[in-house]
Every structure is written in structure tokens, then in C-alpha cells.
Design a protein around this ligand. Sequence first.
Ligand code: GAF
Length: 378
Amino acid sequence: MVFRAPGRVNLIGEHTDYNGGFVLPACIGFSCWVAAAPREDRKLVVHSENFNETVEACTDANHLRPTRKWSDYPFGVAWVLQEAGHLLRGANLYVRGEIPLGAGLSSSAAIEVAVTCALLHCSGYEIDRTKVPIYSQRAENDFVGARCGIMDQFVSCNGRAGHAVLLDCRSLEYRLVPFFDDIRLVVCNTMVKHAHGEGEYNSRHRECEEGVQRLSAALPGIRSLREVAMRDLEKHRDLLPEVIYRRCRHVITENERVPRAAAALCEGNITAFGERMAESHSSLRDDFQVSCPELDLMVNLASKHPGVHGSRMTGGGFGGCTVNLVNRAVADEFKRSIESEYHAATGRHPDIFVCDTSQGVERVPIDAGESALRGFAQ
Ligand code: GAF
């Protein structure tokens, strides 16, 4: 059997997921494909086409240890499923990823989701789309060691072609919102990934926790920034060091922007949607401080281009990609212009992907899977 799980682009709602807030991502047409066949023993044998490497381990949770390489994702999933009480059979997995690595398009969430589905299926368990993102996120948090929220895994499971996913990361309730007609999602990779990014991501996470902890002196019982309104933040500003205040202000204003952006999407009001994207970018740049000169440049170049309705950094930040909402008729021309303008300004050739929204994880007919997974032996 073959499972395909997509990468994603986040339209708005950045660094809100681990604060119990709202996000509005969509799946895009790059996927991770995992072909799986059960084994008679309890070994997990995983081959990565991208890394041209095969690794193996026993599926018992006790035998699985992180090694800080790509195999931590599939082994992390096996570890979490065992910890959660599943008895896993052995399996052969063949993994092929087509999501650009390190670009912030959720290649890791996609492999986690596809492997979770493959291992559950091989061992005869139901695939529950509310639980798969939770297991996948746990693999990343507790085995791989990255403190991400649930957005990427959730949308990779529950996204739908032609739609964005409005997700409440506190309750995990979600709504599919039809995407704009005649608009393409153009993802522009700055081709930089600042090395300090991962440490900074975790430090933002800690700063948000510190904000909650300090504000709880005046707002007893709050557990996340989702529960704090702007007026409360202003009222109790003196409890917070300036930098923590700004982190909180980003999260709280971003949480207000997401439902407004989703309403604009429902109404087909792309101008209002683009305004929320611009506000989001400014807030990420100035208050949350996760942008970088290359992302700001990419947004500035895009914003001057006719036919662009919205542009902002997307994902964790410190490099990676911007997301741009561009009229279908000019999307290819936009791509060419940005390629030459960004190259002229930085000397780097950006990867630019003209995308449409796509479908969340699915089991694909073996023929489609086989052609995508040339070389899988079993
Ligand atoms: C990364 C994380 F994996 C997500 O959980 C989310 O926090 C995002 O950064 C920022 O919005 O993609």
C-alpha cells in the first residue's frame, strides 16, 4: 500500500499554534510518499530514496533511540505509536519526499503523517484523522526533539483541495474554507535558512510561556496566550519585560487576525485578506522578530507587483519562504519577475513554486503510488 501526505503553506496564523490559537494553512501539491509492506518479524526497515539509505530497527519502543538524522521521523512515529499502546508489526517502508527540505513547507510533518498512516494500516489499526496529527506531532516533540505546534501535521491530515483549513489549535475543531477562485499560491523560497533558527524557535516558545506565567499573576488560571485579550495585555503591561510584551502582542493580534482573514476568505474579499497578511508580516518582523532581511525583501518585491493581493513570510521564519496570493493570469510572469529581481538584489536564485491547494493524506491507488515510487521492491 502507498500513502501520500502533502506539505503545506500557512496563509496566516503564525506562531499561534503552540499558543492554543488559530491558524489558516492549506496543503500544497508537494508530497511525501510512503510505500509499506508488513513483515513477519518485528523489524522496521526504512529506505529513503532522497538520502539513498536504508536503516532498520526493532519496532519495540525500548529499542528505538533518536540518532539526529532523517530516520528519526519514521522511528519517532513507531516509538510514539508503541508508547500509545499499539502493538506494531514489522514493516518495510520506502520513502520518497518531493517537498523541498529546509524550506519551511513541512517536509517533516508530511513524512510523520504518511508513516503514521502506513504503520497503523500495516498493523491492522483504523486511521483516525483526529489522532494521526497528535501522534505525528508527539514524534516530533518527544523523539526528534523539536517543540513544534500541531498546525503542520493537522493540515497534512485534514486539508482538502480547493480549501484552506481554519483550525482552532486549542480544541482541534476545524472548518474547511473554500479558497479564492482564480488565485494561485506562489511560494517564494529565499534560499536562506539562518542557522540559529531552530534555537530561536524554541526561545520564542519559552518567551510565550514566560508571558503566560507573568500575566497569570493578574489573570489567574490562564493557560495560554489564547486566553489573553489585547485590553488585558495593555492593562498588565507593567508585569512584562518589553521583549515579552512584544511577543505576546504578536500572538494576541495574530489570533485576532486569523478569524478576520477567514471571514474575508468566505466573503471572497481578497483585498481585506491581503491587508491581514501584510499586518501579519509586520507583526512577525517587528514584534515577534522571526523575519530576516531576505524575507522582508521578498515581500517588498512581491507587494509592488500588479496582480499580487497578499504577501508574507510563512512558517517558522529566519529564512525559508514567503506565500503570495497572485492572479492566475499573471502568476507565471510574477514568478519570472521575482526570480530576476531577487537575484539582482541578493545574487541568489530563488526557487519559486506556483501552487494550488491540495488534498490531505490519502491512500493512493497502487499504480499511482508505484509510478511515484519507482524501485520499491515489495
Ligand atoms: C513551524 C512549526 F512546525 C509549526 O508548528 C508552527 O509553529 C510554525 O512554525 C509557525 O507558525 O512550521
